[in-house]
Design a protein around this ligand. Structure first.
Ligand code: NAP
Length: 533
């Protein structure tokens, strides 16, 4: 999808200046990391005018110079007259910052201050040639300002304003869509960013929509606004250098999603096959209404080019309900399981809900046994647990004719699941005296940090009557090798790690979205590296 954009959206690293040495070191680091410019935040550095002027002159990258007052979320606690006099001094002394950033509220309030700022920035009536532009800005750290459009108009109407900047705290993912609309409808170069965890999309996709710039911190400790990604995250994880107007959007929808490994996997996959997509965390509050409202608004926003999502707790059932209401297609097994984990938006914007984890579980076991799925018929499968993972596993194995018994701490839940899929059920403790071919752990027992726990004890010298299972599959992937798997290996069983299921369910999603085979070895590398970190 094409519309008029500035293809040169820049990456700007904000630097809170406490000393000229530290700021220069940070600016050099920003340049080395690939930043296009830096914002020198002089909020706490207004005592030494010459040191500030030298810093601007010596900076290895073009600069935005900002002295943000406390009442607009900054650290400057002096008065406005002194602040503007400082800016006037810098503007007449330095070889030239690229921009001065002044809040609209200050600029609007006083013709006197306005006049002083106009002495040092470029505008129609400026007699003194200067390249320095004026950014007029507005920040709200609590919410979308109710008079957002009045602020945009006020900034745009000032002839001296070269750039309109808006930043507000996102209350929902939908705030990002408004930021994109503002960028698309701009009359002047515009920066429109949402703060907080829910605003990440606006920061990454600023480039897709042609914002003047986005901000990224040098590292986790140096952000100047909530939700600012680091430059490494933006460049490496979120594929900054590859983003353009045609980039398709994918994501993981759930609550919480902050620690999901899916963005790392899918974005690495897009890079590996050179696919023009980006995959972002998308936290949506529990309940159906926020899910429906958010996903519907993403689909309505055609320039967004939202093409699909991994859907996780607590929205797996909501996905089915939504796709049904939208007259989309639902994979029959997802319907039977009562949950889906993948939303695919087809080219004609029709929807497809499917489930990729049952096939991933089946294939993880079949590959380890070097058999086709059909050979699972009559295999005796013991499933520990009766939650979401167990549901997908039980559905998959019963569909291929395995004889499945569900062992669960809460027997009622095991009974209910067994009834749905024509399986058997028993108390969790009964597993020790049971006889079966394949053991699958779908409980969190043994998961980090409780890595010394295991849901099953192997028999040291098994009698023929109760032999150890042939295959042990632990759906846990953190740690990669659980105590259950370690002991299974020692007992001579074939073992399968939860990583296999995790990367395969992601690979199936990737193929649904891109139409291409997933680089599954790359997926394994990414997951393993993340777990080792
Ligand atoms: P879930 O829906 O909350 O279900 C958890 C199940 O484990 C329930 O049956 C629960 O029994 C049982 N359980 C929990 N703590 C227990 C304990 N201390 N002792 C005995 N039983 C216990 O969770 P889920 O989504 O199914 O996830 C379960 C596991 O699967 C997790 O460890 C996760 O890592 C793994 N998983 C892996 C993948 C993958 O791709 N590899 C995907 C999804 C999940 P009650 O019914 O008695 O509460």
């Amino acid at each position: 999808m094409h519309y008029a954009i500035d293809p040169m959206t820049k990456l700007c690293v904000p630097i809170m200046v406490d000393s000229a040495e530290q700021a220069l070191a940070d600016a050099n680091a920003a340049q080395a990391a690939g930043a296009d410019l830096v914002e020198l935040r002089l909020d706490r550095f207004t005592d030494d005018r010459d040191a500030a002027a030298n810093l601007i002159n010596d900076c290895p990258l073009p600069t935005i110079v900002t002295i943000r007052p406390e009442w607009e979320g900054g650290d400057y606690d002096g008065d406005d007259a002194q602040r503007i006099a400082f800016i006037e001094y810098l503007g007449t002394t330095c070889t030239g910052p690229a921009y001065f950033d002044i809040e609209l509220a200050t600029y609007d309030r006083s013709a006197n201050l306005r006049q002083k700022v106009m002495l040092v920035v470029d505008h129609e009536d400026q007699p003194r040639p200067t390249d320095t532009g004026l950014i007029l800005s507005s920040h709200d750290f609590n919410r979308r300002p109710p008079d957002l459009y009045r602020r945009i108009k006020a900034m745009t109407d000032f002839g001296s304003c070269r750039v309109v900047k808006l930043a507000w705290y996102a209350r929902s993912l939908r705030d990002n869509l408004e930021a994109f609309e503002i960028i698309r409808d701009r009359h002047k170069p515009t920066i429109a960013l949402c703060m907080g965890e829910l605003g990440l999309m606006s920061r990454v996709l600023a480039k897709k929509f042609g914002a003047l710039l986005t901000f990224a911190a040098i590292d986790d400790d140096h952000g100047t606004a909530p939700g600012q990604p680091t430059i490494a995250e933006l460049k490496t994880l979120y594929r900054w250098d590859h983003l353009n107007a045609d980039t398709q959007l994918f994501g993981v929808i759930g609550d919480p999603v902050g620690h999901s490994m899916s963005p790392a996997i899918h974005n690495a996959g897009f890079t590996a096959i050179d696919y023009n997509g980006v995959y972002l965390p998308m936290r949506i509050a529990p309940e159906y209404e926020p899910f429906k409202a958010t996903v519907a608004s993403f689909l309505d926003d055609r320039p967004l080019d939202f093409r699909g999502a991994s859907v996780t707790i607590p929205h797996k059932h909501n996905l089915l309900r939504f796709v049904e209401e939208m007259n989309g297609e639902i994979e029959p097994l997802a319907e039977m399981i009562g949950a889906a984990n993948t939303l695919t938006v087809r080219d004609d914007v029709s929807l497809y809900a499917s489930i990729t984890d049952y096939a991933a579980a089946l294939d993880s076991v079949c590959d380890a046994m070097s058999i086709q799925r059909e050979k699972l018929k009559d295999k005796r499968v013991a499933v520990l647990g009766a939650g979401g993972a167990a549901r997908a596993v039980v559905a998959g194995f019963t569909a291929f004719g395995s004889v499945v018994t569900i062992y669960n701490r809460t027997l009622d839940k095991a009974n209910a699941l067994a009834n749905t899929f024509n399986a058997q059920s028993a108390e969790l403790a009964d597993i020790q005296s049971a006889d079966f071919d394949i053991l699958i752990n779908c409980t969190p027992i043994g998961m980090h940090p409780n890595i010394d726990a295991t849901p099953y004890k192997f028999t040291p010298n098994p009698e023929p009557r109760t032999p150890n299972p042939t295959v042990v599959f632990d759906t846990i992937y953190n740690p990669v090798e659980t105590k259950l798997l370690r002991e299974a290996k020692a007992a001579g069983c074939v073992t399968v790690s939860g990583i296999e299921m995790f990367v395969r369910q992601a690979a199936a999603q990737f193929t649904l979205w891109t139409g291409q085979p997933a680089p599954i070895d790359r997926f394994r590398e990414v997951v393993t590296a993340r777990l080792d970190a």
